[in-house]
Design a protein around this ligand. Sequence first.
Ligand code: GLY
Ligand code: MN
Ligand code: MN
Length: 491
Amino acid sequence: MYKSFVRVLIIAIVLFSFDLRAKDSTNPIILGDDFHKERRDALREMMPKNSVAVFFANPVRNRSNDVSYIYHQDPNFYYLSGYKEPHAVLLVFKGDEKVEGTKVEDVIFVQEKNKEKEMWTGKRMGIEGAKEQLGFKAAFNGDQFKYIDIDFNKFDKILVDELPADVRNTKNPADLFDLIETFKTKSSYDVNSIAAMPKKTDKMYPIKEPKFDAQTLKKFMATLREVKTDKEIALIKKAVEISAIGQLEMMKAMHPNMSELEAQGVHEFIYKKYGAAHEGYPSIVGAGHNGCILHYEDNAEPMVGDSNLVLMDLGAEYHGYTADVTRTIPSNGKFTDEQRAIYDIVYLAQEAGIAEYTVGNSMYAPRRAAQKVINQGLYELGIISSVDARHNYLPHGTTHHIGLDVHDPGNYDKFAANMVVTMEPGIYIPEGSPCDEKWWGIAVRIEDDILVTKDGPVNLSYMAPRTSNDIEEAMKEESILNSFTLPTLDD
Ligand code: GLY
Ligand code: MN
Ligand code: MN
């Protein structure tokens, strides 16, 4: 009895560890086929009767000559399928449709397996993979899209995003170019006639809804993607924690002789150390005046300088999900009086904004709360002449969803539980601004990633010090990078 119990236990442990292995970080189906199937079902639920939703994989983008940019799947395509390869099309039907004699709810056309090509560019999932790993009942090679009988004309609505216009024709009969052309032919797609469709109010013509509809599809996808599932939250949490640790380590390592590029490298090294393969957007490291450029991506300053602020806006992408975290720190470890004054206003503005991240509240409330604090603060410092004065020291929004995209889609109406949203106020005072010159060149942004819960906001980027005092304390800590020396090379 005891022995057989132990045997059962051992078998259970082995099976469980296999199960874990199936979900490890090298597995392409990190969210699991059930996640993607469930998301397709949720979309199906919203779709109008007798409709089909059509999704194309992202194009491969050429960088130069025969080199492509690292491939990144279209987030909607990934969300609904889990498929990460290019040259693919996904059809989601409202009801069951007969495809090759079998009734199915959706069908995917994928890249064909090809030993020779896989030797150069890596393993392909193929039809089997799409069925076994992604759980599709109907999967075919891309070249079959042309021949398989799918009558798009029978649908009242075809929900499809604007077709990508910059797709290269590789002359391969199953490339994205070909899949799009096949779709256009099969569905009698004519974007010009859609744009010219008479309005409902036009009495001259019969009332007719456009058959092809990108707007409704965008709305459906925004509604689905703006509220995260538990599995998505777990991945985002990890991406954000990795990014926050990057910020903390960089605070320890910062010194006035460091280049912007080197600082960027420190963050990104930490991302990779934790298994985050990519950045969710081009990293921003701007010292002094460069901090005033909102999406500064050159990161080319050879030295951050002695008493500059360094604005660092970076996000690790962990299994497709991206963080978006910003810290602004003094290059020599100590804020000047002016830098601290501005920094502390932005901090208080952020605190006021975060307090607004409550279920049911307007998603515009945080921006309004932050603006109020910033106006009051700038007025008290004599930078603006009244609390209502118009100015451009906070030229951007403070609140956007994150997820598979750094600016994830959403309806931007009211906060709901399980949304993950940034709070990112800033003050930027470029040279020539209508205030005392002593403020010129000060740029501060503080950005955190907030999980909305029924019990209130949870700051997922809590590991990155945020108050001016905590930042100064962190910067006093020793960094292991200080002992990292390399040989000097000739110029
Ligand atoms: N890093 C881009 C943004 O903060 O929205
Ligand atoms: Mn942001
Ligand atoms: Mn950002």
